[in-house]
Design a protein around this ligand. Structure first.
Ligand SMILES: [Fe+2]
Length: 280
């Protein structure tokens, strides 16, 4: 690996989580890159940032935002963007990403990544906001499709068309969360493969894989379980359709051992490797 370039390789990585930091620094596991939640490193200094610098010395990093409320109708949080820009300058990440969602409105914050109504008005708004964020940060931002448990009665655009058009209009990249596509396809009854085929391959710069929970109301994107067999199969078909990309194993609740995460990343790597699937 060549961490100094900062480029995130077309290989499997894992999320850097607090319980594993000591282990990562001590053992330097065979992982191609790490992704962190940007907001955890917004402080001016302190041990978390010092640790991130040490990890960055040995691995490429991806900064993944969970708190910008990108597509809200509230004004963009300029203080948040300034902190993110400062962190980008410090760690020189290979990827910077945010979610296609809103989390706050009229100053009220929700601890969730809420879906947009997929309408022309919301699409125009999301395009404007993505352009503003890319201008403010001075770099390309990858936008991630979110999981959802409701659809708006006013929606007129299929989710996949909304996401693809956002990328085409703004020139943003896409972080394609394969698990979220599976969860939404199951919850809302659409074809996950049609979704993948609608994605502009040139824009897709990263995949996410994660686990979900099965509930009577539908699938819930918990990031607290191994990647499900159906998601592995969808990932294989997606890689065959759109091509290999840097791929993250996301695990945020009921966090397993570092060895388990590394093993999941190696399974993803096997699917990314050249020649995979050719004999099938
Ligand atoms: Fe994700």
């Amino acid at each position: 690996m060549n961490p100094t370039s900062g480029r995130v390789p077309v290989a499997a990585g894992i999320g850097l989580r607090a319980p594993h930091v000591r282990d990562v620094l001590a053992t330097r596991p065979a992982v191609a890159w790490f992704e962190v939640h940007s907001e955890n490193y917004f402080a001016d200094g302190g041990p978390a940032l010092a640790t991130l610098d040490r990890v960055r010395a040995d691995y490429p990093l991806s900064l993944h935002g969970v708190g910008l409320s990108l597509a809200s109708t509230d004004p963009l949080d300029r203080a948040h963007l300034a902190k993110l820009k400062r962190l980008i300058a410090r760690v020189e990440p290979g990827l910077v990403s945010e979610h296609l969602c809103w989390s706050a409105v009229a100053g009220r914050h929700y601890n969730d990544l809420l879906p947009l109504p997929y309408t022309e008005e919301a699409l125009d708004h999301a395009c404007t906001r993505v352009a503003q964020v890319q201008d403010a940060l001075g770099c390309e931002v990858a936008i991630e499709n979110v999981s959802s448990y409701l659809a708006y009665a006013d929606a007129t655009i299929p989710e996949w068309e909304f996401v693809a058009t956002l990328a085409r209009r703004t020139g943003c990249r896409l972080l394609l969360d394969v698990n979220n596509v599976h969860v939404n396809a199951t919850n809302h009854g659409f074809d996950a493969d049609a979704y993948m085929k609608a994605m502009p391959a040139d824009a897709v710069c990263e995949y996410h894989l994660a686990g979900f929970a099965v509930t009577p109301a539908g699938l819930v994107d918990t990031h607290g379980a191994p990647v499900a067999p159906a998601v592995w199969r969808l990932f294989e078909r997606t890689v065959a359709t759109l091509g290999p990309r840097p791929t993250l194993i996301e695990w945020d609740t009921d966090i397993p051992s570092l060895a388990t995460l590394v093993a999941e990343s190696h399974r993803a790597q096997h699917i990314l490797d050249p020649g995979h699937g050719l004999a099938a």
